[in-house]
Design a binder for this molecule. Structure first.
Ligand code: NAP
Length: 329
């Protein structure tokens, strides 16, 4: 599958190599708002076509799929345009800025019969499946509580989209995407009710703390922010043991990929599981397995984030309304 890339930012610099090293994938074009940046990027990464403007990428015959690495507020517009141009879509997280936009992306892809996936790579790591199977198989007894913390410490450059409300900024949407994701995956369902409290800066959440209430007395507490050092961990606590992972969103670069099971006797078992989550994610998109479950989960995650954002605004707990979808191609 021939990919074209929209945007030349930080995550593109990382993901382009993952695309180029995945079997069955070629990166044939890169688009930027600036022709100069597109040309520079194309020459750095050996990409054949550099184009100015994102529409030019969609007009390019040598592109079958688009990797969309733009600020969140631009995802809907360009994912829908990509679908309408007949291109498959790999869209960075958060999928959009709200569930309505997320559903619009899904509907456009359904209509055009193209495949789409949110670029939530950790979901595709073999370790994530192992941890989830262990918890869902009763390995920790009855699940009671999930806690998750995802953060990194700014400084940001001026104009950073993460601090711009008009570009879909804020830690709740950006990092909450991961924390809500792990909590819901561990719980195996979406929460019924949520509460969030935010420390704001420039009208976006700089830090957010949240509570999620699930069926069967399962709860989750989440902490995300741009004002604490890098954290990407969670604990799933059950009646007999806990599963703990300190890098679930993306394994630390210089360590073996691991997680731990701590039991009531204080015994700790370490498990290792190496994988290349970005390649697995790309393979999932270009393969022929149904994406319905991933698509549904992305849209439901967005709906939970909608409720959290509403909760922070209204300073009260909010019932979650979870949309359900028809099948994906
Ligand atoms: N999956 C992950 O692990 C991960 C990690 C980091 C980020 N992300 C996600 O990827 C997306 C991009 O994040 P990033 O960190 O790569 O951002 P970034 O470094 O700021 O890059 C964003 C790119 O979008 C383009 N763009 C178009 N309109 C823009 C505008 N008005 N302001 C700023 N940039 C604009 C720019 O490319 P041109 O000017 O060249 O067109 C820019 O380089 C976000 O949704 C983010 O949440 C995902």
């Amino acid at each position: 599958m021939r990919f074209g890339i929209m945007g030349t930012g930080r995550i593109t610099r990382r993901l382009v190599a993952d695309l180029q090293s995945t079997d069955g994938v070629a990166v044939t074009a890169i688009a930027s708002r600036s022709a100069e940046r597109a040309n520079w990027f194309a020459s750095q990464y050996g990409i054949e076509n550099a184009v100015e403007g994102y529409q030019a990428l969609l007009d390019c015959d040598e592109v079958d799929a688009v990797y969309l690495a733009l600020p969140p507020a631009l995802h809907r517009q360009w994912a829908v345009a990509a679908a309408e141009a007949g291109k498959h879509v790999l869209c960075e997280k958060p999928l959009a800025v709200d569930a309505q936009q997320a559903i619009a992306i899904h509907a456009a892809c359904q209509k055009a019969q193209v495949r789409w996936l949110d670029a939530t790579a950790w979901l595709h790591h073999a370790r994530s499946k192992q941890m989830l199977d262990f918890v869902h198989g009763g390995g920790i007894g009855k699940l009671g509580h999930v806690s998750a913390a995802v953060s990194f410490y700014r400084p940001f450059q001026s104009g950073e989209h993460r601090l711009r409300a008009d570009l879909g900024g804020g830690a709740l949407l950006d990092l909450g995407w991961y924390a809500v994701g792990i909590a819901c995956r561990m719980a195996g369902v979406m929460p019924q009710r949520v509460f969030a409290d935010c420390v704001m800066e420039q009208q976006v959440p700089l830090r957010a703390n949240a509570m999620l209430w699930f069926d069967q007395d399962v709860t989750a507490s989440l902490s995300v922010g741009y004002d604490t050092a890098t954290r990407k961990w969670f604990e799933a606590a059950g009646s007999e043991a806990s599963v703990i992972c300190d890098d679930f969103t993306r394994p630390w670069a210089d360590r073996t990929t691991r997680y731990w099971v701590h039991n009531s006797a204080g015994e700790v078992q370490a498990h290792e599981c190496a994988d290349r989550q970005e390649q697995r994610m790309i393979e999932t998109l270009i393969g022929d397995q149904s994406l319905a479950e991933f698509n549904q989960f992305a849209i439901q995650t967005q709906a939970v984030l909608d409720a959290l954002i509403q909760s922070a605004r209204e300073r009260q707990a909010i019932d979650v309304v979870v949309p359900s979808l028809t099948a994906s191609p």
